[in-house]
Design a protein around this ligand. Structure first.
Ligand code: MG
Ligand code: MG
Length: 598
């Protein structure tokens, strides 16, 4: 199906918006009136620019406060409309959006509304234009799609149809099943937007919190299914008002927007990108650093052994159990030092995983980073993290492990068995896209988003996982873009005995994050522990949590650059990440940073 996007959904000048929409592969645009008014280009120039970019002008919007008004007021509205129709002719737009009136002059009279909209449509028809009438969720007398359709049906004019907008329909809690009663040819336009489920004024909700399908809480796919049943064959168009997108760069936003439509089309069965090859485990986490020594000390104390070295590059493989950490000193590192730059994901079919990623517009990375490297499939996540699709134990496929020469056997007494989860911080413009990316491109499941209090702000966090927990990635975003504490990434290492692992670490000279005594007083009030258990946790700085499934015990190392490690013990199928404890952890990290000045 054809895809379109409203210019209001993107930031920048009209030219920037059009360029971004075209590059992302949209077929058309809705021109938002304010974007035209603010543009130095004439309507003819905008038309030519769209044609050059391969974009059709699918809609001009909005025309407001037209219908159900006294006759002299309606005469003025028709005069205003004539001007707009002339403008649309110059712009090459053949459909105009008329939204239900919010004017205090409007009366509650469906017959009058129908009669006046029919007269508007007759005038539009003279200009070769169609009128698409949309119910605003906060319209004065018309606020539901079935009411708007009833008026359109009563008017009975061929140039008058309805515009359906998923936000207006779903925010009102209307049942989209009734859409099936509308003939497809009378649905002149379809606007799609999602939104988080919030209890707030619907106008404010719409203006500030709309998001792309799949990023919020609405059943946009269910609504689209109803619309497609009518035989609607117009464009799927995104109309998203969102404070974050207004500030984010138009190019990446347009790509994320188009990905959301691709995924939506897949969900309703009208598009079939290659199926996801869901990763099964984390093959490795790669840290880049200007100085390997602090990391080597930390990994050594955690019980890792440097088991192999890359044949041609300054990259060491540190291993313990199935946990593998690459330490790379050969890549140019950003100002903020050590960071988690890449993740290897064990894939049942690495090239299928890459094909799906490419079909869903993920930037595909060059397959070889050096001539002697195994040709691995890799893509970039929205935060820039490189994701490698690996088949570590398959002899028939390119294998990253073959690039490494063994140096030492891993130590036998391993407290750490594997990587439990990876925590990645997202640039704050890209949080919702990041979750949709990991869900759609990798085939992971997204858990509920949680808010975490930080002493100096608020953090939002959302985990994406495989059903069995083989791959767990926690995505988070903080309010303060420059705060390194909030923006630290971490690698959580799974252990069957966090007390033993923590002791081993401290006895080897490692230092755990100190946790305030008040935290343990609170734990004692909330839970019952065996004799001495809480004292051990207090001594080592181990945190505790429990959910409906099981228990979680965890502790943290000090931070190196932007990265720290977590030792994590899950028992009885605990599903979370210790979010309860995150405020205490963040406060402790801030306190330590003030103390050490680093
Ligand atoms: Mg709309
Ligand atoms: Mg964690």
């Amino acid at each position: 199906m054809r895809t379109s996007i409203a210019t209001v959904s993107l930031s920048g000048s009209l030219t920037e918006k059009l360029t971004a929409a075209s590059r992302a592969g949209f077929d058309g645009v809705e021109i938002f009136e304010n974007d035209l008014l603010a543009s130095p280009l004439t309507p003819e120039e905008i038309r030519a620019r769209c044609a050059d970019l391969g974009l059709t002008v699918d809609l001009y919007q909005p025309m407001r406060d037209i219908e159900a008004v006294p006759e002299e007021e309606f005469a003025r509205n028709l005069r205003r409309a004539r001007h707009k129709f002339e403008l649309m002719g110059r712009l090459g737009a053949d459909t105009v959006l008329v939204c239900s009136s919010v004017s205090p002059l409007a009366v509650d009279d469906d017959a009058l509304a129908a009669e006046q909209l029919a007269r508007l449509a007759a005038l539009a028809q003279d200009f070769g234009i169609r009128v698409a009438y949309e119910a605003l969720a906060w319209g004065r007398h018309v606020s539901t799609y079935d009411h708007a359709w009833h008026i359109v049906e009563t008017a009975g004019h061929p140039a008058l149809g309805t515009c359906l907008d998923s936000f207006h329909i779903l925010s009102r809690g209307s049942d989209p099943k009734g859409i099936a009663d509308i003939p497809g040819e009378k649905i002149f336009f379809l606007q799609l937007a999602d939104a988080p489920l919030l209890a707030m004024d619907v106008l404010q909700w719409s203006r500030h919190h709309r998001c792309f399908p799949g990023q919020g809480g609405f059943d946009v796919a269910g609504l689209l299914t109803q619309v497609l049943r009518t035989g609607y064959d117009g464009p799927l168009s995104l109309e998203v008002f969102n404070d974050v997108f207004r500030q984010a760069e138009a190019g990446p936003t347009a790509v994320d927007a188009r990905r959301s439509l691709l995924v939506l089309q897949e969900t309703v069965g009208v598009a079939a990108p290659p199926a996801p090859a869901v990763p099964t485990q984390v093959a490795f986490a790669e840290l880049v650093t200007p100085d390997a020594d602090p990391l080597a000390a930390l990994l050594g104390a955690l019980g890792f052994t440097r088991t192999a070295r890359h044949r041609s590059k300054p990259v060491d493989l540190w291993q313990q159990g199935e946990a593998r950490i690459l330490v790379n000193t050969g890549t140019a590192v950003r100002r903020d030092g050590t960071q988690l730059a890449a993740i290897g994901l064990e894939s049942p079919d690495p090239s299928a995983a890459a094909r799906r990623a490419e079909a869903l517009l993920a930037p595909v990375l060059p397959r070889r980073r050096a001539p002697e490297d195994a040709p691995l499939d890799a893509v970039a996540a929205p935060d820039g993290t490189e994701l490698f699709f690996c088949a570590t134990d398959r002899a028939d496929l390119p294998n990253w492990r073959a690039d490494f020469e063994d140096t030492e056997h891993p130590s036998a007494a391993a407290e750490v068995s594997r990587i439990d989860h990876l925590a990645l911080t997202q640039p704050w413009h890209h949080f919702d896209e990041a979750a949709l990316f990991h869900r759609s491109v990798l085939g992971l499941h997204a858990q509920e988003s949680v808010d975490v209090a930080d002493p100096y702000g608020l953090l939002r966090s959302r985990a994406v996982t495989t059903p069995d927990g083989g791959v767990r990635i926690a995505l988070s975003v903080g309010a303060a873009p420059t705060d390194d504490t909030v923006h630290a990434q971490h690698i959580a290492l799974a252990t069957d005995d966090v007390v033993a692992a923590a002791r081993r670490f401290t006895e080897a000279g490692g230092r755990l994050l100190p946790i305030p005594a008040n935290y343990y007083d609170d734990l004692a009030a909330r839970f019952e522990f065996a004799a001495g258990e809480l004292e051990t946790y207090r001594e080592l700085g181990i945190l505790y949590d429990r959910d409906a499934h099981g228990e979680f015990r965890h502790c943290y190392t000090r931070t190196v650059g932007r990265v720290f490690f977590e030792l994590a013990q899950r028992d009885g199928g605990y599903r979370g990440y210790g979010a309860q404890n995150a405020p205490v952890r963040l406060a402790a990290q801030h306190a330590l940073k003030r103390l050490t000045g680093g």
